[in-house]
Design a protein around this ligand. Structure first.
Ligand code: GUN
Length: 284
């Protein structure tokens, strides 16, 4: 019924980040700095990176962008990470995923200093999230939580169903819902009777990567439906995982694609970078 406006919520949060950035700069002389690395020429990844750069400019961050050729070697990438790890102007390092197949994604993530890992992908940060004592929240799940909070609906005690179990979205998403006392189920490609499980959800989060995967029969009337998908439909138009036209009339709240989760993800990245700079200012 009601559409959650991710762009609007995101703009409001970015205004606050810009204010806090200016304050940090005036009080300590430190300007938050983000380095974004992209390897190869996947068009979708380049769109994300462009939006990240735009976000940095909006809030007054310093930013560096490294667009490296497809043939970049593991060693070259590792050397760049070592240099950025040691650079005091840089508080956040993001390596856009997926990487070309010849590169070892796990080793790359583990090379980033946990204190500069603003994606919260490093095992140290993942572990901290698991025990509920963290500096950074993973950007997409954190953005989803903000969108859920914007509805005024409390997660506590609710049936929450997450479709997808990736390290980037599904697993940390489930953990954040659990932190807020949701009763959480994670579904995936081997789940039996998927529609039966998703129909129990008061809060349904889909992170599958398939257009029109979530159909009306999978949604409980009145549910909050959050669509993390970023797909192309049969006409090449950007769309989420949810069959929006069919599900929107039965959901209490729903996020559109584009204009839902996407803008929030980048906002959370900016928030993590600010947090990292604030910690650096305190010598932490
Ligand atoms: N690729 C898709 N989403 C993300 C993200 O949140 N961070 C990075 N680094 N790569 C991604």
């Amino acid at each position: 019924m009601a559409i959650i406006d991710g762009k609007k919520i995101s703009a409001k949060t970015r205004e606050q980040i810009a204010v806090d950035t200016q304050k940090l700069l005036e009080e300590t002389g430190i300007r938050p700095g983000l380095a974004v690395i992209i390897v190869g020429d996947d068009p979708a990844s380049h769109v994300y990176v462009k939006n990240k750069k735009k976000g940095c400019e909006q809030v007054g961050f310093y930013s560096e962008e490294y667009a490296l050729p497809e043939q970049t070697s593991q060693e070259e990438l590792m050397q760049l990470l070592d240099r950025l790890n040691a650079d005091p102007k840089i508080h956040g390092i993001l390596v856009q995923l997926p990487l070309p197949r010849h590169l070892d994604e796990k080793a790359v993530i583990e090379r980033i200093l946990p204190s500069k890992d603003v994606d919260a992908f490093h095992a140290v940060n993942v572990g901290k999230i698991m025990i509920g004592n963290y500096d950074f929240l993973p950007c997409t799940p954190a953005g989803v939580m903000e969108l859920i909070h914007s509805t005024g609906i409390s997660v506590s005690g609710k049936e929450c169903v997450v479709i997808g179990r990736s390290n980037i979205v599904g697993k940390p998403m489930a953990m954040l819902l659990l932190h807020e006392n949701g009763t959480v189920t994670i579904c995936h490609s081997r789940t039996q009777n998927l529609a039966e499980v998703t129909r129990r959800a008061d809060i349904l989060v889909s992170a599958v990567g398939r257009a029109k995967f979530v159909t009306a029969d999978m949604v409980k009337p009145g549910a909050v439906v959050i669509d993390v998908g970023m797909n192309r439909d049969e006409n090449g138009k950007l769309c989420g995982d949810v069959d929006f036209a069919a599900v929107e009339p039965i959901a209490s709240y729903i996020t559109p694609v584009p204009g839902g989760v996407g803008p929030m993800t980048i906002t959370m990245l900016l928030k993590n970078t600010l947090t990292s700079a604030q910690k650096a200012a305190k010598g932490e």
